[in-house]
Design a protein around this ligand. Sequence first.
Ligand SMILES: Cc1cc2nc3c(=O)[nH]c(=O)nc-3n(C[C@H](O)[C@H](O)[C@H](O)COP(=O)(O)OP(=O)(O)OC[C@H]3O[C@@H](n4cnc5c(N)ncnc54)[C@H](O)[C@@H]3O)c2cc1C
Length: 287
Amino acid sequence: MEILQRVPLSDKTTFQIGGEAEFFCEPSTINEVRYVLSLARQNTWRVIVLGGGSNILFADGLIQGLVISTRALSWLREEELLWVGAGMTMDHLTTWAIENGKSGLEWSGGLPGTVGGATYMNARAYQHEMSEVVEKVRVIDFSGKEFFLSHKEIQYSYKKSIFMEHEDWIILEVGLKLHDAPIDDVRTKTEACRRDREQKGQYAYPSAGCAFKNDYSHNLPAGKVIDEIGLKGFSIGGAKVYEKHANFIINTGSARADDVIRLLEEIERLVYEKTGVHLEREVRIIR
Ligand SMILES: Cc1cc2nc3c(=O)[nH]c(=O)nc-3n(C[C@H](O)[C@H](O)[C@H](O)COP(=O)(O)OP(=O)(O)OC[C@H]3O[C@@H](n4cnc5c(N)ncnc54)[C@H](O)[C@@H]3O)c2cc1C
């Protein structure tokens, strides 16, 4: 595994935006993760963990430190639980689940990103969420300490997990509990979700999906609030509020990260001014 320097990050995120990583690596084994973390400690590098990059916005310019991409941590092992490497894409996993008649992840058909990212974010769709299938997680912290967390210890709630409070943890692999089901049922449901996303135009432009969390306690979907104050189509530079879904900010082709950040701030300001609602960001900005 090489440690690369000045690696462009725009092709590592679904926004297709962002500057360069000062250092970048893609370990493919847990041993390699241990090694790069010790290297980062020796050199006092900041460490940034990158999964599929479908919920991250890297700022323009140089991102200092070492970006560790989990993408090559991609394996699958059937024991009492189904152990999946953090870097496996959800797409790969749902394809495996279809072929093997395993139910529990149909709702995630077409969800971009990795298993580690979905576990971290408690990704959700169609009234289901990742926490329903995550039983145990294997973690290493930046000091090199390794441990397991049980479902309860992850403290899942709406788009929240304990991982968000520990930016120095790397999810190495995730123990999932899926159950047997007829292959055709799993396929039909998974593909219906994927098709629905396609029909809603979710893949038509580079984006990071929903920019803001919904406020379910007040029954306030962020997209509805943004739409109601007339912001669909509102743009700054190459970043635009998607006409088909007001909670998506899209890169129309030439956006810089700074355009997206300014658009996010402007939406937050206008929504607060006009409705009194404080939007909470879902997309994670790394500078
Ligand atoms: C078109 C589109 C549609 C989307 N639809 C949905 C949706 O319906 N529901 C939904 O919830 N999300 C949705 N998203 C957002 C995104 O796909 C999810 O949040 C996804 O789970 C993020 O996974 P990732 O691997 O891309 O994570 P990344 O974007 O790479 O990272 C997200 C965060 O997780 C951390 N992280 C990632 N992997 C690890 C790891 N192994 N260990 C520790 N930390 C880690 C990163 O540091 C970062 O803070 C959508 C995005 C797009 C582009």
